[in-house]
Design a protein around this ligand. Structure first.
Ligand code: DC
Length: 229
């Protein structure tokens, strides 16, 4: 019996990837790795250093030079992990609306993707990992043991993201969140390099009407089936 050691979970924003990925990794005792934080870290650092997001050469150089670390949570404030950029804790900074607004163009730059994909592949090669993103099953780990693509209606995804922002005590309107999400979906799905799409051999799950526990149960069943192959 082979063990499903590398699990890829892809899908659009707020489709449930992070929550489900984290829970599945905990059930299995695997590393949980959310690749979106790397694109967010590069975006945050560009904004912080005053590098225009439109300057592809400078943003790409930054992606190549930046030291991004993702560790177990170092503060008990409901974070899933701690993200360090050159040693600075940016776990919450990378969730700010300015980063949300700029991260899709940054992640569309081929040089940025090449730099970050190389790091993600090294983490994937070690196995016992649940890796979450947009191109894990298609580009980062095309030979993953199990590929899951989570989807949900955009109105439901915007509602989930809006509730998260309000729960953090930050201002937002549902309409703005919905508009931002539609814009990011369009850029992520239409970019030339590694666009958001389900791998042909991925299991596609629509989470619009499913509970978190329900999706975790389905994914764990798929993991067990993959182990029996
Ligand atoms: O999952 P997230 O919302 O934190 O992702 C942030 C952005 O990064 C999103 O616009 C798409 C991009 N991304 C990507 O292009 N490839 C990945 N593997 C992960 C995220």
């Amino acid at each position: 019996m082979t063990v499903a050691s590398r699990i890829a979970i892809d899908g659009p924003a707020a489709s449930g990837k992070s929550t489900i990925g984290k829970m599945v990794a905990e059930c299995l005792g695997y590393l949980y790795f959310d690749t979106g934080v790397m694109y967010r870290a590069v975006t945050w650092a560009s904004l912080e250093r005053g590098i225009p997001i439109s300057d592809e050469v400078a943003v790409t150089r930054l992606a190549q030079e930046l030291h991004i670390d993702v560790t177990r949570p170092t503060v008990a404030d409901r974070r899933q992990y701690t993200v360090l950029v050159d040693g600075v804790d940016v776990t919450w900074e990378i969730r700010r609306p300015e980063v949300d607004a700029a991260v899709s163009p940054v992640s569309a730059y081929p040089g940025v993707r090449a730099a970050l994909t190389a790091q993600q592949r090294r983490i994937g090669a070690a196995g016992r990992v649940v890796m979450v993103g947009r191109d894990i099953g298609t580009v980062v780990m095309p030979d993953a043991d199990l590929k899951v693509y989570l989807d949900a209606a955009v109105a439901e995804r915007a509602r989930r993201r809006y509730c998260e922002i309000i729960a953090r005590g930050e201002p937002a309107t549902y309409e703005d969140v919905l508009r931002g999400m539609e814009e990011r979906d369009a850029i992520d799905s239409s970019r030339a390099t590694a666009p958001l799409c389900a791998a042909p051999d991925a299991v596609v799950l629509d989470t619009t009407r499913l509970s978190i526990e329900g999706v975790v149960q389905v994914v764990m069943r798929l993991v067990n089936q993959a182990q029996e192959k």
